[in-house]
Write a protein that binds this ligand. Structure first.
Ligand SMILES: *Cc1c(COP(=O)(O)O)cnc(C)c1O
Length: 359
């Protein structure tokens, strides 16, 4: 059996070691005679998995006792609605930084609940950049600022958190969660669908500052959409197998050396591809250099025909998942934590050979 060099944007590659461990435990989890997916979520096996995943997240991110960790369903897309449902009322304003398709969808949902002030947008340049630090000013009494730390489709990424001068900060980190150290003190909510960088689809990790959660006092929120419902208890059946897989990925992250290891690893991998893009005009990066993402690398070739040929030929070299999103076109290489160095080297070698053949 061969495994491809997997550049899928999401669901994305998982660490081979993690898949192998899951495989080895599939039929008989810790001698219980059943898989972890076939057991009660209130039994000791799953309760232990759940607690371990929380503890690992807390250690990796340095959460201390200031945050609640929730394992929710409905994807990051449900958070686009759940956040304003809990924190934004009619007549109130929330600030949104619009850096692409996902921020746009978050804005659309927030408008159902209150006023949205779009304090930054790079729409006119087809979202080829994120704001510089200090660019755009925030509404004085905004309930919160929402931004997308990594723009999966357009291949841009914030180098650091926006400076909000005291306005609570909410981040959709779906496509760069746990890819580098962050300053957790700056966040009030950070959330991520697991399927890009930390596990399979099915669980959304939502980390909420306790103090901020106290400010959520809207009434008439459906029970399951009220964040407070999920604090300290399993309100309903959690996505147990997805959480189990996330727990294995977290263990793998810890063993590798934590977030500083991955920051270095991811930066070096991305540099290999960007260096190849920047050599001459054969490949053209779509994002402004200062806004480039270390997770999703988006580039074009001279014509769409050439791009189609690039993709077809790449597939014959075992390079998979490279087609760009339809709103940008071209090529997108997603190289999250679990994408090994060898895969990136194989891609760069292919880029060199393809260019040499066409030049
Ligand atoms: C993939 C993605 C989403 C959507 O996630 P779902 O889990 O499919 O709802 C939201 N935001 C970002 C930044 C993403 O990359």
């Amino acid at each position: 059996m061969k495994r491809v060099h997997n550049f899928s944007a999401g669901p994305a590659a998982l660490p081979l070691e993690v898949l192998e461990q899951a495989q080895s435990e599939l039929l008989n989890y810790k001698n219980a005679g059943a898989s972890i997916m076939e057991m009660s979520h209130r039994g000791k096996e799953y309760v232990e998995v759940d607690a371990q995943a929380r503890e690992r997240l807390s250690n990796i991110l340095g959460l201390g006792d200031k945050f609640e960790v929730l394992f929710l369903q409905g994807g990051a897309s449900t958070q686009f609605m759940q956040i304003p449902y809990n924190f934004l009322s009619e007549g109130e304003t929330a600030d949104y930084l619009n850096t692409g398709a996902w921020s746009n969808k978050a804005i659309k949902e927030a408008k159902l609940f209150g006023n949205v002030n779009e304090v930054f947008s790079s729409k006119e340049s087809n979202f080829n950049r994120v704001p510089k630090l200090g660019e755009g000013s925030f509404t004085k009494d905004a309930k919160y600022v929402h931004y997308t730390s990594n723009n999966t489709i357009f291949g841009t990424q914030f180098a650091q958190e926006p400076e909000t001068n005291g306005v609570p900060l909410i981040c959709d980190a779906s496509s760069d969660f746990l890819s580098r150290p962050i300053d957790i003190d700056k966040y009030d909510i950070i959330y991520a669908g697991a399927q890009k960088n930390v596990g399979p689809a099915g669980v959304t990790i939502v980390i909420i500052r306790k103090e901020f959660l106290e400010k959520a006092n809207k009434e008439n929120i459906p029970t399951i959409l009220n964040y407070k419902t999920h604090v300290g208890t399993m309100f309903n059946t959690p996505p147990a197998y997805a959480v189990y897989m996330v727990n294995l990925v977290l263990e793998w992250i810890e063993k590798k050396g934590g977030l500083s290891y991955f920051e270095k690893f991811n930066t070096e991998k991305a540099a290999l591809v960007y260096n190849e893009i920047d050599k001459d005009d054969f490949y053209t990066g779509t994002a402004e250099v200062a806004s480039r993402s270390n997770m999703n690398i988006v580039f074009r070739l001279a014509t769409e025909e050439l791009e189609a040929e690039f993709l077809a030929k790449a597939a014959t070299f075992n390079l998979s998942g490279l087609k760009g999103h339809r709103s940008v076109g071209g090529i997108r290489a997603s190289i999250y934590n679990a994408c090994p160095q060898e895969s990136v080297e194989a891609l760069v070698k292919f880029m060199q050979e393809f260019k040499a053949e066409k030049a």
